[in-house]
Design a protein around this ligand. Sequence first.
Ligand code: UDP
Ligand code: MG
Length: 196
Amino acid sequence: MKPQVVFVLGGPGAGKGTQCAKIVENYSYTHLSAGDLLREERGREGSKFGQLIDSYIKEGKIVPVEITINLLRQAMEKTMEMDPQKYRFLIDGFPRNQNNLEGWTAEMNDKADVKFVLFFDCSNEVCINRCLERGKSSGRTDDNRESLEKRIQTYLQSTWPIIELYEKQGKVRKVDASHSMDQVFADVRSILDKEG
Ligand code: UDP
Ligand code: MG
């Protein structure tokens, strides 16, 4: 079975990770967070990319796709090797810019099908406040005001055009992410139930 992919996009703190966890509990999807995979690679002993990833994350910049795509591809392969039934993936926080999209197209276009983009729509203000709140306990190096300003800039400048591009292809399923967790999930459910 060819991997079936849903890209999950939205601003920092829009609730991508939270909602993906709920999806995994209720549907047969495997959640792959590009950010989590990068943080794991950053901490891996012997990684050539630890320093680079660290500085990109703090600066809210997007890591060159060669690094990210390898992590995603390996994670997908590993999942399907262990259980071929697990061919449905939520790819969270990717593709975030043109470079990401080009990398995906070059490497994965014929290896996986992108079904649609689940887009968590949320004002910048709500996003920033949620990340600052999360920053009290997340231990993340980028959940502080300075990094957040940069992350929002990157989101608006680089990720927004990618969402628009998918929108033009009729592939965006938008959810209002400013509501409560349960309310947002109810909307997510109705989308997933419709998509099959
Ligand atoms: N990141 C990246 N490429 C990706 C995903 C994440 O470079 O494909 C980096 C980027 O610096 C981003 C950070 O990892 O700001 C955190 O991403 P994550 O998705 O974990 O943050 P979230 O949007 O969930 O708050
Ligand atoms: Mg996340």
